[in-house]
Write a protein that binds this ligand. Structure first.
Ligand code: R5P
Length: 299
């Protein structure tokens, strides 16, 4: 039977698109807060015997994870055959070790929590730095899809003579793939993070590519300090203003305004998190990934 797809708050558009692309049915649910801030969840469609999918935006997850757990657990309790999560942006991946004595390795605890209530999960470009795969921390079937081909297609369509720039060594994994697929050179900088809102980025040696259009590519833009510092280094070496591409438009605090203030040529993100910079559509990537890879939906 076709999957039954529910949308958590802010996810109706993506859930509609996935239902269309996956020949799924759209489920209706009511989700609201009581006056004291506690969450209310009600599934309005019969889930019994169905493969149920919840599409969830988990940026700023502390406000959202309990409501998701209530909805998913209710679907299981009411007889759903399987329950999976489509989480285009997977939070809590950056605290992947104990940097200081006594710190919580929150990526592990978050993974343990999600694994306790869902059967499977699909996400896009989780921040895999010290982990090589989600399987290291998730006990459920967890698939990560890559936005690199979509970013490459956007660049190939819009930019002549691109020069890909990665702000730190972790970015090599997506910058090198994008550069190869658009046939462009790339350079990776060194980043030194000094605090939540303070980073230093090295200056690129770009003497061979002065006539190119620099394109910064990173997975997450949060405070945007990484992008802002990198834009600064690019300006110092006399390149034209860069295009900033991020997979996930987290944009914490005043990050977006601060990034616009350093005047990049453009700011472009994938619509894994709804934001006015979204220019790269991920619905087909998700639908194909779910249908190709989730074993629960193959039976
Ligand atoms: C971490 O290394 C990530 O890849 C990003 O570079 C980082 O999350 C960006 O954070 P911010 O925008 O706060 O500098």
């Amino acid at each position: 039977m076709n999957p039954l797809i529910f949308a958590m708050p802010d996810c109706d558009q993506l859930a509609d698109r996935l239902a269309g692309l996956m020949a799924g049915d759209r489920g209706l649910m009511e989700m609201r807060r009581f006056p004291d801030g506690e969450s209310y969840a009600r599934l309005m469609d019969d889930v019994s015997g169905r493969n149920v999918v919840f599409v969830a935006s988990l940026v700023r997850p502390d406000d959202k994870i309990l409501a998701l757990m209530f909805a998913v657990s209710t679907a299981r309790e009411l007889g759903a055959k399987t329950v999976g999560l489509v989480v285009p942006y997977l939070p809590y991946m950056r605290q992947d070790r104990r940097f200081h004595e006594g710190e919580a390795i929150t990526s592990r605890w978050f993974a343990r929590l999600v694994s306790s209530f869902a059967d499977w999960m699909v996400t896009i470009d989780p921040h895999l730095h010290r982990y090589h795969s989600l399987d290291e921390i998730y006990d459920i079937e967890a698939h990560s899809l890559r936005a690199a081909p979509l970013i490459s297609a956007w660049i190939a369509d819009k930019v002549e003579k691109p020069l890909l720039v990665g702000p730190d060594t972790e970015s090599t994994q997506w910058v090198s793939v994008v550069a190869e697929s658009v046939g462009a050179p790339f350079t990776i900088l060194e980043k030194n993070r000094k605090g939540d809102r303070e980073v230093e980025v090295s200056r690129p040696d770009v003497s061979a590519w002065k006539d190119h259009t620099p394109i910064l590519v990173d997975d997450i833009i949060s405070t945007a300090r990484t992008m802002i510092e990198t834009v600064g280094r690019i300006q110092e070496v006399g390149l034209r203003p860069p295009i900033c591409i991020g997979v996930h438009a987290v944009f914490a605090e005043q990050g977006y305004e601060a990034l616009k203030a350093v005047k990049p040529a453009d700011i472009v993100t994938c619509n894994t998190i709804a934001h006015e910079t979204n220019a790269i559509e991920v619905a087909e990537l998700l639908a194909d990934g779910i249908l190709d890879r989730v074993s629960f939906l193959k039976h």
